[in-house]
Design a protein around this ligand. Sequence first.
Ligand SMILES: Cc1ncc(CN)c(N)n1
Length: 225
Amino acid sequence: MSFSRSLKNKAQTIWEAGYHHPFVQELGQGTLKKERFQFYLKQDYLYLLDYTKVYALGAVKCKDEELLQRFVEIQHSILTTELALHRQYMKQFDIDFNELKTTPTSLFNRTYTANMLAVGQTGDLAEILATILPCAWTYYDYAMGLKEKYADQLEENFYKSWIEMYANADFLESFSWFFDTLDTLVENKSVIEKQRIEAIFTASVEFEYLFWEMSYQQNLGILHK
Ligand SMILES: Cc1ncc(CN)c(N)n1
């Protein structure tokens, strides 16, 4: 197995813990309390805005035109397609879009994006791909898992369009790009440099787990309790 494809196995324990987190499972069953999803939606919207900036930092470091185009394309699709679905759900929840302007970004949310933005500022392209990849890969993997596991309940599931957006076969193409690019970028790296990339990847998988937990607990941070 190639270096990039084996990263999931390196983070296996936390990867599986994320899939089995009650937030994810209840989403698949359609039983997730609306307040929890509302909390998640608002935090995730704020998260995604910062997340797209990591692509911008990656774009700055691209020497290759095709790579540059990919970074910009993925950034654009998050800012359009993914955020559009969030806005759609917000409407269904009667969340006024302006509410976001006064919604504090939770302490943990800021920690996660600050970590990625730091890798974006200080890391090379391989490290940047390692920090952003779990965001896309865990969602695809979990959504595919949920779609299959709860197939017989999917039609009545309020969260169906959320699951279907992430369990989208079109993503596969972008993953092969992620994997192949990362594998090329690590070709001449030492064992220690590769271990650092694995650690960056695993940290983002852990952050993903904690994002579910934060949303389940609707935890903005100590000062907001
Ligand atoms: C926290 C988080 N991680 C990943 C994704 C999927 N792009 C997301 N919307 N939010």
